[in-house]
Design a protein around this ligand. Structure first.
Ligand SMILES: Cc1cc2nc3c(=O)[nH]c(=O)nc-3n(C[C@H](O)[C@H](O)[C@H](O)COP(=O)(O)OP(=O)(O)OC[C@H]3O[C@@H](n4cnc5c(N)ncnc54)[C@H](O)[C@@H]3O)c2cc1C
Length: 313
């Protein structure tokens, strides 16, 4: 099923975002966990690309396996980092050969220590160029990234929204947002997008907090804010992983429930999940979503739970 179809069915759509494991042992763990994750019946899954230091080959390996062995809808993330137009074309050919029908098209981040993204010679500078390239070849549904609290490099909202509109005009079918921890940021963002003439579905991305240090690192990189009440609760239990985990799950569940109650058609995209305890928590979220068949609000948003592996506590 190609984007934007999963969001136009009138039913809640659930999607999980997987971060490919870095080690062979973690890959074996994922093999064991994947069927359990798929038993939750996500509408589709997406697999990140080179994010958080993961290897790129594993993205295709895992996405292809989900498509081939389980016959599920899957989207392969793809960035402009370190690749020429021809290399991107070759990767797209490989992806298409596996039967994968969707790409999450991204620019990627500058390498650690650099503040500015520099494309390789013959590569793409902005995600909009990658989107245009994918669209010109045809064959894929395309999602792009949106930023409820503005992209860190953008000087102002107007500029950032103009660039998001460029991506949509270049051929993106849906927007998936960066993580946020206050739903009002998402609602305001959708309002801004609609005013700016961006009318495609905007899928909110929620990332469960893993640890206090992890979330501080991520939010300092991407500019997202942790609400002060949540921050102080986390700080109070920072050395007790089980309590941090519990808070993280509760906060995500509240965010998702609120979005659902707002009448959103739902897509939940989450993380690779390491322990059964975590899986049960997410089952709770997806049950919550399946009870929501209300008409969409704010266009056609869904709820996306995205994030890295939840640690064992
Ligand atoms: C849902 C989601 C999934 C992600 N998955 C991955 C992943 O798998 N792998 C990974 O490495 N990273 C991933 N990222 C992170 C992403 O690569 C970074 O956020 C990156 O900094 C920006 O990517 P982008 O696609 O939004 O870039 P762009 O849309 O190119 O925007 C980046 C910056 O450039 C500006 N800009 C855009 N066009 C122009 C223009 N024409 N002129 C001047 N400025 C312009 C924008 O305003 C913005 O400030 C993901 C992010 C999200 C939200």
């Amino acid at each position: 099923m190609k984007f934007p179809e999963p969001f136009l069915t009138g039913r809640p759509a659930i999607s999980f975002e997987l971060f490919p494991p870095k080690t062979d042992k973690a890959l074996a763990d994922l093999d064991e966990r994947l069927p359990k994750l798929l038993a939750l019946e996500p509408t589709f899954l997406t697999v990140t690309y080179g994010a958080l230091g993961t290897t790129r080959e594993r993205t295709l390996e895992i996405a292809a396996r989900i498509r081939r062995d389980f016959g599920r809808n899957v989207a392969h993330h793809l960035t402009c980092v370190g690749a020429t137009r021809d290399e991107i074309s070759r990767i797209l050919d490989e992806i298409a050969d596996t039967g994968i029908e969707n790409i999450v098209a991204l620019r990627g981040d500058p390498p650690l220590g650099q503040t500015e993204f520099r494309p390789v010679e013959g590569g793409f500078r902005h995600a909009s160029e990658l989107v245009a390239h994918i669209r010109s070849r045809g064959g894929f549904g395309i999602a792009v990234a949106g930023y409820p609290e503005k992209h860190v490099e953008a000087p102002d909202w107007e500029t950032d929204l103009a660039h998001l509109r460029d991506k949509v005009q270049a051929g993106a079918d849906v927007v998936v947002t960066q993580l946020f921890y206050d739903n009002d940021d998402y609602y305001r963002f959708v309002g801004r997008c609609r005013t700016a003439g961006i009318s495609v579905p905007i899928i909110p991305g929620l990332m469960p907090i893993q640890s206090v240090d992890q979330i501080k690192r991520i939010t300092s990189m991407c500019g997202a804010q942790i609400p002060s009440l949540l921050a102080s609760k986390l700080e109070a239990v920072r050395d007790e992983p089980a309590k941090v985990h519990q808070l993280a799950i509760e906060h995500c569940a509240v965010q998702a429930s609120e979005l659902l109650r707002a009448g959103c058609r739902v897509s939940i995209s989450t993380c690779s999940i390491r322990r059964h305890r975590s899986r049960r928590s997410w089952s709770g979220s997806s049950r919550c979503s399946s009870s929501c068949a209300a008409p969409p609000c704010l266009g056609d948003p869904g709820v996306t739970l995205r994030g890295p592996t939840i640690p064992s506590a």
